[in-house]
Design a protein around this ligand. Structure first.
Ligand code: AOF
Ligand code: ZN
Length: 331
């Protein structure tokens, strides 16, 4: 299952609106004979790729999948048919499919005499590669991660507006890895005017990633010609509103599931105020500024009892910086 999770992680950012799923096939002796991941929409599901690689060696073997195999004719035929045709004797999956159109695969396989086990490493998969898709399936809107870099006193720019480079090279490289895994990067028009960011995903060697997330600029006014977000390094969508729910509706309509919100403070504050931040990723650099732009602008809080409360999911070092991952209390 950990190998299947690794395949799913690699598929992130390329499958939406479908979930990034990973699959591994073992032969009757328990040797790995194939693996696969969900292909871009309309392409084969994870199981199909893993079975193709395994060929005849799948007969009497085991398929391990991060999501319950589908039992429906969607853009592709049911994975249950492919598993049965291959003669797989056992199927182990992590998370049950919550999509009513696709669900029921476990039952179909069991009724055909396959040994079926669900729930293996389900928490790890649900918090990992399937997190955004499960959220979108349950709520009907994309999953939003608000990412920011700030000084230890919570400022994202100094008093004169300069902000390069608050966080370390290690943290910046990690943000590019994150950008490569999401469907869209969202920034406010104010940030585009102030910082002229490229909002592209780079690889560790600095070259552009082969697949770029959609760049989304939010704000009423025009984007000035010559802004880097208008270059042809990636596609850009300009959403002319200040309303976070409208932004997410526009992104949903384009099949976006996994969103990285990257500022600035006013837009992030509006998303937090609307309860539309599903995860916070903070890169805190061991520096003090004392004055300057706060990472978060007004978020609808006037008194301490109104604070938006989060639960810390993880704290790690990112080079010299501290990386905090937090989710809303109750999630
Ligand atoms: C699987 N394996 O790798 C994935 C599954 O429109 P379709 O035919 O591509 O079906 C999309 C639905 O299938 C999706 O909403 C989800 O329920 C399931 N995804 N299932 O067996 C896979 N990606
Ligand atoms: Zn399928």
């Amino acid at each position: 299952m950990r190998a299947a999770i690794a395949r799913a992680e690699d598929a992130r950012g390329a499958t939406s609106p479908n979930p990034p799923v990973g699959a591994v096939v073992l032969d009757a002796d328990g040797l790995v004979v194939g693996s696969g991941a969900t292909q871009p929409p309309g392409g084969p599901h994870a199981e199909v790729g893993a079975l193709a690689e395994a060929g005849e060696r799948a007969r009497g073997g085991t398929a391990v999948v991060t999501l319950e195999p589908c039992a429906h004719h969607g853009r592709t035929p049911p994975c249950t048919d492919a598993l049965l045709a291959a003669g797989v004797a056992r199927v182990v999956y992590a998370v049950a499919d919550p999509n009513p159109r696709a669900a029921g695969g476990a039952r179909v396989l069991a009724d055909a005499g396959v040994l079926v086990e669900g729930g293996l490493l389900a928490d790890e998969v649900a918090a990992g590669p399937l997190r955004a898709w499960l959220h979108a399936t349950a709520t009907g809107r994309p999953h939003v991660t608000w990412k920011y870099a700030a000084s230890l006193d919570g400022r994202s720019a100094a008093a004169d507006g300069t902000s390069r480079w608050i966080s370390s090279e290690t943290s910046r490289a990690e943000v590019h890895r994150l950008r490569r895994q999401v469907d869209a990067i969202v920034a406010g028009r104010g940030t585009v005017l102030a910082d002229d960011p490229a909002l592209t995903a780079r690889q560790d060697d600095g070259t552009p990633a082969p697949r770029q997330p959609l760049r989304v600029v939010v704000g009423l006014g025009d984007i000035p010609a010559g802004a880097r977000v208008l270059d042809d390094a990636a596609e850009t969508l300009h959403v002319r509103t200040r309303e976070p729910a409208e932004v997410l509706a526009a992104l949903s309509a384009r099949g976006v599931v996994d969103v990285l919100l990257e500022g600035g403070p006013a837009l992030a504050g509006a998303f937090v105020a609307a309860g539309l931040v599903d995860r916070v990723l903070a890169y805190l650099a061991p520096a003090l500024l004392g004055a300057g732009t706060p990472a978060l602008g007004a978020a609808g809080v006037s008194t301490i009892t109104g604070a938006h409360r989060f639960r810390v999911e993880g704290v790690t070092m990112s080079g010299p910086d501290v990386r905090v991952c937090a989710v809303p209390v109750g999630d």
